[in-house]
Design a protein around this ligand. Structure first.
Ligand SMILES: Cc1cc2nc3c(=O)[nH]c(=O)nc-3n(C[C@H](O)[C@H](O)[C@H](O)COP(=O)(O)O)c2cc1C
Length: 183
């Protein structure tokens, strides 16, 4: 059994990202321990780039916000799933803020082996996810992580649009059939 943290990048409760993340969690939860972490529920400030964490005790951040809870969850995680709406060809600012806060020596204590990616956007453009996928693959390579897979949903703008189409089924199946080589 692996411990999986799903980072939900939209603060729109009940939105498409959350639905995709929950479908993934339903699938993965049959065999694994899954924790959903919605940006709507945590107060996470952007990194200030002060490098205080490089010299502080326990590599603690100078900022007093909810990131301490996230570090604790990530220290226990084997797999992290990044779920985000597409915002101007990138991930949401809330999720980017969390990811930037991983620029800390504390991450050397993490034992994360693999990543997965769930994305949803309103447009139907073929290249809608290209810039996020480029970053994703560069991060996998840089940190030597395995790819558990991706689910990419186009054409979902309003809350619940992801219910039509096969996005939720794909997310469920990705969770249900995580590649053993990535666990
Ligand atoms: C600030 C902002 C920027 C967005 N930029 C894009 C974009 O570049 N391309 C796109 O296809 N959709 C874009 N969208 C639409 C969202 O990706 C889409 O509505 C998505 O389903 C929202 O997910 P959610 O329901 O989980 O919040 C944007 C939405 C917002 C609020």
């Amino acid at each position: 059994m692996s411990r999986i943290v799903v980072l939900v990048g939209s603060v729109r409760k009940g939105g498409n990202t959350e639905l995709l993340a929950k479908a993934f969690a339903d699938g993965a939860g049959k065999d694994h321990e899954v924790e959903l972490v919605s940006m709507a529920d945590y107060d996470i400030h952007p990194c200030r780039g002060c490098n205080y964490c490089y010299s502080s005790e326990g590599h603690k951040c100078v900022q007093q916000d909810d990131m301490g809870k996230i570090y604790a969850m990530l220290k226990r995680a084997d797999v992290v799933i990044v779920a985000s709406p597409v915002y101007f060809y990138g991930i949401s600012a809330q999720l980017k803020a969390l990811i930037d806060r991983l620029h800390t020596p504390m991450r050397n204590e993490f034992t994360i082996k693999s990543l997965g990616l769930l994305l949803v956007g309103a447009a139907a453009l073929p290249d809608l996810f290209d810039s996020i996928l480029t970053q994703y693959h560069m991060i996998l390579r840089f940190f030597g992580l395995k790819d558990v897979g991706t689910v990419l949903v186009r054409g979902a703008r309003e809350k619940g649009d992801v219910l039509s189409g096969d996005g939720l089924k794909s997310a469920y199946e990705l969770g249900r059939n995580l590649p053993p080589s990535s666990l």
